[in-house]
Design a protein around this ligand. Structure first.
Ligand code: ADP
Ligand code: AMP
Length: 207
């Protein structure tokens, strides 16, 4: 299956991706995760990406598109397809993706933007496996329930950067809803429901 998870920052794409890859046995390709791995490893891509991510801006298209193109060419994606999370993020990236891959379905995880600031500033992620949590439900726990890794706050999950990321979403990413609707590939799910209810709706709509 070649599926895109579309949605604003904090809509729950990563949370749903963890569950979807288990059910559908498909590789999870998150451009944000790829950039964070590169930043950790202090690679040349990481150095470039960090300067944009810290400001809440998009990493330049020529860097991002190349990374995704290479990743989708790897054997696991060639055999099983992919669950793309965080890519494409603008119309140019979507057009480029259409040139090298056949997108089957796009799941738009829809959440009222006013709820996202609280979701993102309260997000804690596992430094080992990347699993997302929210402080409101952690009861003070500081390690990952899946792998025991340390839970940390992402450097870009502060209020000022989140405001910028939400503005970038509205300007550049939201037009993709219409792009994929016109292509007849869009399904929309209500991301305001519980994690399990959102998952059930996605599974139903993926068929
Ligand atoms: P994204 O990958 O779209 O940026 P995440 O999956 O990391 O978003 O989720 C952002 C935050 O919102 C996390 O703290 C996560 O635990 C929380 N979250 C995810 N889905 C839901 C939901 N359905 N209801 C409430 N909180 C959620
Ligand atoms: P995410 O993990 O999806 O929230 O992404 C974190 C940050 O990585 C974003 O704010 C961007 O700076 C960068 N990023 C992730 N995906 C892309 C993309 N497709 N295009 C450009 N920048 C991206």
């Amino acid at each position: 299956m070649n599926v895109i998870l579309l949605g604003a920052p904090g809509a729950g794409k990563g949370t749903q991706a963890t569950k979807l890859v288990e059910k559908y046995n498909v590789p999870h390709v998150s451009t944000g995760d790829i950039f964070r791995t590169n930043i950790k490893g202090q690679t040349p891509i990481g150095v470039v990406a960090k300067s944009y991510i810290d400001k809440g801006q998009l990493v330049p298209d020529e860097v991002t598109v190349e990374i995704v193109k290479n990743r989708l060419n790897e054997e696991d994606c060639q055999q099983k397809g992919y669950l793309l999370d965080g890519f494409p993020r603008n119309v140019f990236q979507a057009e480029e993706l259409d040139k090298f891959s056949n997108v089957e379905k796009v799941v738009n995880v829809s959440v009222d933007l006013s709820k996202l600031l609280k979701r993102i500033t309260g997000r804690r992620v596992c430094s080992k496996c990347g699993e997302s949590y929210h402080v409101d439900f952690l009861n003070g726990k500081t390690d990952c329930a899946r792998c025991g890794g340390e839970l940390i706050q992402r450097a870009d999950d502060n209020e000022a950067t989140v405001e910028k990321r939400l503005a970038v979403y509205t300007e550049q990413t939201k037009p993709l809803i219409e792009y994929y609707e016109k292509a007849g590939k869009l399904v929309t799910v209500d991301g305001d429901k519980s994690i399990d209810a959102v998952f059930a709706e996605i599974c139903e709509k993926l068929g």
